[in-house]
Design a protein around this ligand. Structure first.
Ligand code: ME8
Length: 519
């Protein structure tokens, strides 16, 4: 049984640039963070979950200028789409933060002043390369050659030579402390990303330019007219703003987990901890850099014309089927690929045929052959063995894997339990028992009923709506749906005693058709 843990849990996603509409990568990250938040809540922890939009910087300013509008106007429109995406995908955030909000200006300026008071900020001149696309400074030595010898960032984005008066942060001062942090087991995962960051720090850290004067779309630097903060300084501060910084942040800081993509690990495991060290604030406990999602193995881009609207996928295949696919298909941490065929294949074989059908058959047979009435029953060895398999998968294997963020491994364990149930149905053949041994038929159907409850409880974080529908059909009260309830083996007898009757079920996961253009 998973060990109980009552410490508060604060999980965050990266905040997205609202310079366009959300893409599948944004949906992937929001869904993964939501699975984590829901999982921890069901484990009995107090959870705070924050997501939002990162609205300042040159990238936003330039995109707005291209469209002949103000950056705020662009952010207002696009941020709305990100929020709608989260709401549609059932992402259960506690706060959707926008960095253009007043409390965020206050928090960012307070953090700045704390770093200044520590003697870590000084005015100098910046001369070097900047990528607007990445909103990042790069050393000459990091650049790579593009077509025609053009200089590109390590991410393959254009860079421009920049010369400005700028505030600098004494990043170099924190080199040793950062190395120690990066070497702390569990701080940065997956481990492959850790080595890359350690190598970067070992090369020697330069102080970081943390303000800009060539545009004004940012948080003003306190007491330094003409300077706005470098967008990453205010962006990272969002994790504190949402908890009330600089006022008392309560029980949720330090963050339990910053969930981000692999391209922004440097900002979260080097710059961010250094800012916090400087301001004398506790460091986040864990940073996880997930992989990228590719469209049939290719990066999505406007020029390839393969940009997918995640809400279109949700509408076509269903929110829960999409969530299930994304968590099941790709080992979390690695890059993965998706396509409409792959979603349909996965959803049909596992959700519709294996799990949905099991629920539908079991509940229909209980309605048809037992008038929906449950009775206490005697268990045979095969029943005990099946329920043990199901309980182990649901109460131990899936939670252990989810705690490690190994979602596909956890879902696989769950799926094996579903298959075990289907095999049990085939072996016990309740339809044949109906004539030969009706009492035994009832025991078999009710064993499956008990198994379905465990399976439904366990998979709630991934498919919250469908799992709730099934738990409703099974008569499981709302306050008895956490993982701790899996240890309660007396619930069935209480349900029988309450006189609960099973109603004719509605199918949970209809089979999906592959739309003609993809077939
Ligand atoms: O980086 N697959 O914003 P962003 C999976 N504002 N994840 C992807 C992805 C893909 N194809 N493309 C992007 C920013 N992501 C900053 C963050 S946090 C203080 C500031 C992930 O809109 C990306 O790795 O470019 C990041 O975690 C998130 O989506 C937002 O990316």
């Amino acid at each position: 049984m998973a060990e109980s843990d009552t410490t508060p849990f604060y999980v965050t996603t990266a905040i997205s640039y609202p310079n366009g509409r959300p893409h599948i990568g944004h949906a992937y990250e929001a869904i993964a963070a939501d699975v984590i938040a829901r999982f921890q809540r069901l484990m009995g922890r107090r959870v705070r979950f924050q997501t939002g939009t990162d609205e300042h910087g040159l990238k936003m300013a330039r995109k707005a200028a291209e469209q002949g509008r103000t950056p705020r106007n662009l952010a207002d429109e696009m941020s709305g789409y990100f929020r709608v995406m989260c709401d549609t995908l059932n992402v259960s955030y506690d706060r959707f933060i926008r960095t253009s909000e007043p409390d965020h200006y206050r928090a960012s300026q307070a953090l700045w002043q704390a770093m200044e008071a520590a003697g870590d900020l000084y005015l100098d001149r910046y001369e070097g390369w900047y990528s607007v696309r990445d909103e990042a400074y790069y050393d000459e030595s990091e650049l790579v050659a593009g077509e025609g010898g053009a200089k590109l960032s390590p991410q393959g984005t254009p860079v421009e030579w920049t010369v400005e008066e700028s505030w600098f942060f004494r990043l170099s001062k924190y080199q040793d402390q950062l190395l120690e942090l990066l070497r702390t087991p569990g701080f940065l995962e997956p481990a492959s990303r850790r080595n890359e960051m350690i190598a970067f720090v070992e090369q020697g850290l330069h102080d970081l330019s943390v303000s800009r004067t060539s545009f004004d779309w940012g948080v003003p630097v306190p007491g330094s007219e003409g300077h706005v903060m470098y967008v990453w300084v205010d962006a990272l501060t969002n994790y504190l703003t949402g908890l009330g910084y600089p006022d008392d942040m309560g029980e949720f800081w330090p963050a339990s987990l910053h969930l981000i993509g692999k391209d922004i690990v440097r900002f979260h495991t080097i710059y961010w901890p250094a800012f916090l060290m400087s301001a004398d604030l506790p460091l986040p406990k864990r940073v996880f850099g997930h992989g990228f999602l590719l469209n049939r193995g290719q990066k999505e881009s406007k020029s390839l014309g393969n940009v997918t609207d995640p809400l279109e996928l949700a509408e076509r295949f269903g929110v829960d089927a999409l969530r299930y696919f994304l968590m099941r298909e790709v080992a979390f941490g690695q890059d993965g690929s998706y396509s409409p065929e792959a979603i349909v294949l996965r959803a049909n074989s596992e959700l519709a045929n294996a799990f949905g059908n099991l629920a539908q058959r079991t509940l229909s047979m209980i309605v048809k052959n037992m008038n929906g009435r449950l009775e206490t029953f005697e268990q045979k060895d095969a029943d005990v063995a099946l329920l043990r398999t199901v309980q182990t998968a649901c109460a131990t294997e899936l939670p252990r894997a989810f705690k490690d963020l190994s979602f596909s491994t956890g879902i696989e364990a769950w799926m094996r339990a579903v298959y075990a149930c289907n095999q049990y149905v085939d072996e016990q053949a309740p339809w044949a028992l109906k004539k030969t041994d009706p009492e035994r038929m009832k025991a078999v159907l009710q064993t499956l009923f008990v198994a379905l409850r465990d399976l439904a409880i366990a998979i709630q974080p991934v498919v919250p709506t469908k799992a709730a529908m099934l738990l409703d059909q099974l008569g499981v009260p709302g306050n008895a749906r956490g993982y701790a309830a899996l240890a309660d083996r007396d619930w069935f007898n209480r349900l029988v005693a309450s006189g609960f009757t099973v109603a004719p079920p509605t199918p949970l996961f209809p089979r999906l058709e592959l739309p003609a253009e993809d077939a």
